[in-house]
Design a protein around this ligand. Sequence first.
Ligand code: 5GP
Length: 193
Amino acid sequence: MHMGNKVIIFSAPSGAGKSTIVNHILGLHPEMEFSISATSRSPRGSEKDGVEYYFFTEEQFREMIAEDKFIEHEEVYPGSFYGTLKSEIERIWAKGHVIIFDIDVQGGVNLKRIFGEKAFSIFIQAPSVDELRKRLTGRATDSPEAIEKRIAKAESEMEFAAGKFDYVLVNDDLGKAFAEAEKIVDGFIGVQE
Ligand code: 5GP
């Protein structure tokens, strides 16, 4: 695998607005491309295979782990596996594009360790646990149990993340968060040329 290219890693507790910010950045930068993860969870809403995720059964996923197909993988929620395929990194770098990762907090720390100076890692923080609960409830795609599971995970992630990322972006105002994300992404791409 050649390591000549750059990667930007976005990690956050679920519901912190990470996907919205990632999509905003992708919309501004045609030279950046989203890393499509593999997962064993089922598609949600209008999600399509090969767009938001590559969807697999748990059995297929375990087989790919055994075959060493992942650069990193994790059981993000009990029974739900997520991972970045080595082939996905090759696919994007082959085009000369910068890779954008939307990945959980542990995965973000692992990728930063793997890519080192090639990577800039951004932790997006929701303003509070109450606000996070409001956002997840408003989204209405998860059951109350699933929402509580996500909140518990968010709380432990916030503790874990402190000091492990290149930048912490507090998302209490989406417009401001967009502007801040643009500035830090441009800064990283610029200084790396
Ligand atoms: P969701 O099920 O809401 O799409 O994602 C759940 C969590 O898994 C999110 O924090 C998301 O960023 C994370 N995730 C998505 N893809 C990957 C991946 O390839 N590896 C890891 N470690 N986490 C991932």
